[in-house]
Design a protein around this ligand. Structure first.
Ligand code: ADE
Length: 230
């Protein structure tokens, strides 16, 4: 998979992309992630990329020119057309199902905006789909892009050491994850449930399923309602 990110702050990505699973996935060639600075495509010597909104109002809006020029440059970096995604609080809410869907693509082109938003012609002209990571407003799309990259890359076959682990994640079956324990068997008077020490794998699987269901009912009943709708 190839992921391109168009951003005004490429340096923000340095640490998250250079640690742990994201770093390893790039090192072994599972994913190639390229950052391009939108400001390099500004038309003037001040590197201006935003301007006041027509009709008045607070804040600054991303100008279409630099984003289009940057996009057209980036698109030519690979023969894959790519799925174009604009990060914005107006977008469709990102979830595990969307992460799975995106992990099947050969190329993603993520566009992170700063300031109060994008000139509407960017969305229309680039035919971009919009994704939000939640119902709150961030200072820009960079953190949202990193969240999406993290959630998508860990789903690429081979990204996690253990091939089975993503299918046990919370949400992968619409439920929260069952409780996990590791050594020691007793910690500050809290004991690992006997069933997990029993060696009876069928019973353990049944217990885990039950626990996942109970926790989802208790902590995220909205997820069960979503399941009913599907
Ligand atoms: N940009 C600003 N807020 C955002 C959000 N919630 N999701 C995606 N991009 C954003």
């Amino acid at each position: 998979m190839r992921i391109d990110v168009l951003t005004l702050f490429p340096q923000m990505f340095e640490s998250p992309l250079n640690h742990s699973i994201l770093k390893r996935a790039q090192d072994v060639g599972l994913v190639q992630i390229a950052l391009t600075d939108i400001r390099d495509f500004a038309a003037d010597s001040f590197r201006k990329v935003d301007d006041k909104p027509y009709g008045g109002g607070p804040g600054m809006v991303m100008m279409p020119g630099p984003v289009f020029d940057c996009f057209e440059h980036v698109q030519k970096l690979s023969s894959e057309k790519g799925r174009v995604i604009l990060l914005t609080p107006q977008g469709q809410r990102f979830d595990q199902a969307k992460a799975l869907e995106l992990s099947a693509e050969n190329r993603l082109i993520l566009i992170a905006g700063k300031y109060e938003g994008f000139d509407e012609r960017i969305r229309i002209g680039l035919g971009a789909e919009q994704i939000s990571i939640g119902d709150y407003v961030l200072n820009g799309g960079e953190l949202a892009a990193m969240v999406i990259i993290d959630a998508v890359v860990r789903l690429l076959p081979g990204a996690l050491g253990d091939e089975d682990s993503p299918k046990d994640d919370s949400f992968s079956d619409g439920l929260l994850e069952y409780p996990q324990y590791t050594r020691p068997e007793v910690f500050r008077d809290m004991k690992v449930p006997d069933i997990l020490l029993s060696g009876d794998h069928a019973k353990i699987a049944e217990w885990r399923k039950q626990q996942a269901l109970e926790r989802t009912k208790k902590w995220r009943p909205d997820l069960l309602k979503d399941c009913d709708k599907k």
